[in-house]
Design a protein around this ligand. Structure first.
Ligand code: PLP
Length: 384
C-alpha cells in the first residue's frame, strides 16, 4: 500500500550546500558527512549514495548499528567513522570493515589492541580529547598513559585522528567556553605530539563551529545539519549572511528535504464550533478545513498543535486543533480551488513559499534536529 506521505531529496540543493561549506572550509580540508539519526531523517539508504554521487566519500555515525546501515549501501571506497558507541566485541567487525572509531576509554583502547592483534590488521582509531563538553574524551592528565599504550602497540593501531566536540558553537553565549575548548584541544594535541604520537587528521568542527569559528576547521570537519541545508541556529545564519564583507540576499544553504502529502478530505465548520479533539481551537467564523493524513506517528510533532503550518497551492495553511496520531487539520478558507488529492507540503518549498521547521520557535536548533530525526524510517524517500 502507498504511504500517506513521501520525502523527496534534492540532489542539486545538496550540491549547493557542499559548495557553500567548501568555500568556508577550504579545499585541502577533508569533509566528513555526518549521517547519524538515519541521516537526520533524510534516510541513509538514499542519502549516502546521493552524497557519493556528489564526491563525498567519508561518513560519520553515532553508533555501531548505524555504521552497519551505511556499510550496507556505501561504495567500497567510502569510509565510515563511529563517533560514539561500539561494543568491545564489535571492534573486530569494525577493524575488518575498515571502520574507524573514537576511542575515549582505556578499556576500548586495550580491546582495540587485542582485536587488532587477533585478526592481524590495524585498528583505525581517533583519540577523542576532553576539552570541556564533559561527555566523552581523555582528560589531559591521562594522555601520557594513552601515549604509552599507543607507542607500545603501534603496529596494531593506525591513529586516524585527534578529535573533540564543542559544547554549543551555535550560540555566542558559549563563546568563552568554545575558545577555551579550542585552546585545550591544541594543547592536548601538542602534548600527544611531544609524547611521540601524531594523527593523520585533527578534527573538531561540527556545522556551527565550521561556520563561525574558522580556527576549529583544521584539516577535517564533521558536518551534519548544514549539509542538509539547515542552519544550526538563527544566530549562525545571521553571522554567515552578513560575513565576508558581503550581505547575502539569498540563503546560501538550501534545504534538500521536502516532505509532502495530499489532501484527504474537507470539512466546513461554523463560527463557535470546536475543531478536532477537545476545545483547543474554536472557529470564530465560517472556516473550511482540510484533513491531511499525517500525524505525530509520522513525525509531525504534537508540539505543532495550533502552531504549525503546511503549504497548499503555494499558500500557508495553519494547523488548527491538536495534532492527532495520524491526521492534522488545517484551515484552507483562504485557499480557493483546492481539491482532494492536492499536494500538501509539511517541510520544504511549494511555489514561492517554504516551510522552515525552524520558523516555529527560536528553539530552532532543537526543533530542526529533533523533527528531522523523528521522520519515520518507513516513509519512502526519493531523490529528485
Ligand atoms: C552530530 C555530531 C556532529 C555534527 O553536528 P552538526 O551540528 O549537525 O553539524 C559532529 N561531531 C559529533 C561528535 C557529533 O555528534
Amino acid at each position: 500500500m502507498k504511504h500517506t506521505s513521501v520525502i523527496e531529496l534534492s540532489k542539486s540543493a545538496f550540491k549547493k550546500n557542499i559548495k557553500f561549506i567548501r568555500t568556508k572550509i577550504g579545499d585541502p580540508c577533508k569533509f566528513v558527512s555526518v549521517v547519524k539519526g538515519n541521516a537526520y531523517g533524510h534516510g541513509v539508504d538514499q542519502f549516502v549514495p546521493m552524497a557519493e554521487d556528489c564526491k563525498v566519500s567519508r561518513f560519520a555515525v553515532a553508533h555501531a548499528h548505524e555504521a552497519a546501515d551505511v556499510l550496507a549501501v556505501k561504495r567500497p571506497s567510502s569510509e565510515i567513522m563511529i563517533m560514539g558507541m561500539i561494543e568491545n566485541d564489535e571492534l573486530a567487525w569494525a577493524i575488518e570493515n575498515d571502520i574507524s572509531y573514537f576511542v575515549f576509554e582505556f578499556s576500548r583502547l586495550e580491546a582495540s589492541i587485542a582485536a587488532a592483534k587477533k585478526i592481524g590488521k590495524k585498528a583505525k582509531i581517533h583519540i577523542e580529547l576532553e576539552t570541556g563538553l564533559n561527555r566523552t574524551g581523555f582528560e589531559i592528565y591521562e594522555l601520557s598513559r594513552v601515549a604509552e599504550k599507543v607507542r607500545e602497540n603501534s603496529e596494531h593501531l593506525s591513529i586516524e585522528g585527534f578529535c573533540t566536540h564543542y559544547a554549543g558553537a551555535e550560540s555566542i553565549a558559549n563563546y568563552v567556553r568554545i575558545m577555551g575548548q579550542i585552546d585545550l584541544f591544541k594543547e592536548s594535541a601538542a602534548t600527544l605530539g611531544s609524547l611521540g604520537i601524531e594523527a593523520k587528521y585533527h578534527h573538531t568542527a561540527c556545522s556551527a563551529a565550521a561556520l563561525t569559528y574558522p580556527d576549529t576547521i583544521m584539516d577535517m570537519v564533521r558536518i551534519g545539519i548544514a549539509q542538509y541545508g539547515f542552519w544550526p541556529t538563527p544566530e549562525t545564519r545571521m553571522y554567515n549572511m552578513l560575513s565576508d564583507n558581503k550581505v547575502y540576499s539569498i540563503d546560501p544553504l538550501k534545504r534538500i528535504l521536502k516532505w509532502k502529502s495530499n489532501i484527504m478530505s474537507f470539512k466546513n465548520v461554523k463560527a463557535g464550533q470546536f475543531i478536532g479533539y477537545g476545545t483547543s481551537y474554536m472557529a470564530t467564523k465560517h472556516e473550511k478545513i482540510a484533513v491531511i493524513p499525517v500525524g505525530y506517528s509520522h513525525g509531525f510533532s504534537r508540539s505543532l498543535s495550533n502552531l504549525g503550518h503546511v503549504l497548499i497551492n503555494g499558500k500557508r495553511a495553519s494547523v488548527v486543533g491538536m495534532v492527532n496520531m495520524s491526521m492534522i487539520l488545517v484551515i484552507v478558507t483562504h485557499i480557493y480551488g483546492c481539491e482532494i488529492g492536492d499536494e500538501v507540503v509539511m517541510i520544504g518549498k511549494q511555489g514561492k513559499n517554504s516551510i522552515t521547521i525552524s520558523s516555529f520557535a527560536e528553539l530552532s536548533k532543537y526543533v530542526n534536529y529533533e523533527l528531522l530525526t523523528r521522520l519515520p524510517h518507513d516513509i519512502p524517500r526519493i531523490i529528485v
